[in-house]
Every structure is written in structure tokens, then in C-alpha cells.
Design a protein around this ligand. Structure first.
Ligand code: CA
Length: 224
């Protein structure tokens, strides 16, 4: 797989390149937004790893330009912890995922593979684990034949878990994704909403999909 890494901090770019190459990816690095946009619109990539603050065109402008041209290349935004608004804008503009610096390269690799699997196996916007499906366009959730009504928060929480089945999310990660800002670490919002989700999704089922990983957080079971 060919990956374009757009990052102007040389140390970070080097670390991403090395990590991805060790996992068998072909990597091109670009440190300038204008050049990156030219590359992204003229060469085929399987994924673009895109920093936001760049010399020349910034990351969000590159993403917007691609989507305006109906270019659907998967884009993973790399953001600073403080760039919450940019992250939300990015997702609204059609980014496929994001990572917050600092991150482990293994996590980036997992996201790239997850996006590739989704692109291959599923019609756009459909997440599936076992007999549970989440339709991101219609915002519809089904377990087997029955449709399940979720609140916006529950939906967002389930979407986060379903995007990378098997991956464990900490409460903090889920809070940040679903509620979007820093809460008191003692808040039990995540646990309360997970409990509700479970009641709706797993209650009648002999094969529960939402799992607690003790001392860490939650995940959705990977289908066999
Ligand atoms: Ca930067």
C-alpha cells in the first residue's frame, strides 16, 4: 500500500515513515501543503496521513479541496491535542479518521488497515460486527432483524467502537470523541451510556458484542 505522509515536523515525519515502512508500506513524505495537494491530486495513494498546520496550504484546506473534486482517498488527520475544532471540522469535511499527537505508529497502522477493510468489504457508511449493523448515512442501527433506537450520544459512542472492532478504548478516549472536551476524570458518563447501549443492543442476545476490559475501557468484539 502506498501512503502519503504530509507533515512538516521532520522528526515526526521520520518516525511515521520508519514505522510504516517497517510494516511494509510504501511511504512518500511531503512537508509543504501546496506540494502535498499537487501530489494528492495527481498520484494514487491508498491513504493520506495529513497534518493540519503546514507551510503553504493547511491540512483542512487540502482535505476540502480533495473532497470538492470528489476525490475519496482515505485521509487520516494528525492533530495536536489542542486542535479540537480542527478535528471536528476535519471529520465534517470528510476525513476518515484522526489521531492525536503523540501516538504510537501501531495505532496508525491499525487505522490504515481498518479503513482499507471498510473500503473493500462494505458499502460506504456501513459498519458491521456479527449481526449488528450501523448505517452512518441513515443513522440506523440494527441487530439482526430489529431496528434499535439510540440517542445521538449512544450512536456516536457505538460508532466509535464499531469503527475498529477489537480495539480497546479508554474512558478518556471515548469521552473526548463523544462529548468532545475534557471532563472531570471522575465522570461516569461513559459507563452510564455504555450500560444503556448494552441494554438496547446486547440485552436479549446470547452473544454480547460490547465488552469491558477491566482497568482499561471498552471494546466491541471482533467478529470471527
Ligand atoms: Ca505541523
Amino acid at each position: 500500500m502506498r501512503i502519503l505522509v504530509v507533515e512538516d515536523e521532520r522528526k515526526i515525519a521520520g518516525f511515521i515513515r520508519q514505522g510504516l515502512e517497517e510494516h511494509g508500506f510504501t511511504v512518500e513524505v511531503c512537508s509543504n501543503g501546496d506540494d502535498a495537494f499537487t501530489l494528492a491530486t495527481t498520484r494514487p495513494y491508498d491513504t493520506i496521513v495529513l497534518d493540519i498546520m503546514l507551510p503553504g496550504r493547511d491540512g483542512l484546506s487540502i482535505l476540502r479541496g480533495l473532497r470538492e473534486r470528489k476525490n475519496t482517498v482515505p485521509v487520516i488527520l494528525v492533530t495536536a491535542r489542542t486542535e479540537l475544532n480542527e478535528r471536528i471540522d476535519g471529520l465534517n469535511l470528510g476525513a476518515d479518521d484522526y489521531l492525536t499527537k503523540p501516538f504510537y505508529v501501531e495505532e496508525l497502522v491499525a487505522r490504515i488497515h481498518a479503513i482499507a477493510r471498510r473500503a473493500k468489504d462494505e458499502p460506504a457508511g456501513l459498519l458491521r460486527v456479527g449481526d449488528l449493523t450501523v448505517d452512518l448515512m441513515q443513522r440506523q442501527v440494527r441487530r439482526g432483524e430489529s431496528e434499535i433506537e439510540l440517542t445521538a450520544r449512544e450512536f456516536s459512542l457505538l460508532e466509535r467502537l464499531m469503527r475498529t472492532p477489537g480495539r480497546v478504548f479508554t474512558r478518556t478516549q471515548l469521552l473526548e470523541h463523544v462529548w468532545g472536551y475534557d471532563f472531570d476524570p471522575e465522570t461516569n458518563l461513559v459507563d452510564v451510556n455504555i450500560r444503556r447501549l448494552r441494554k438496547k443492543i446486547d440485552d436479549e442476545s446470547a452473544a454480547p458484542l460490547i465488552e469491558t476490559v477491566r482497568g482499561v475501557g471498552y471494546r466491541v468484539r471482533k467478529s470471527e
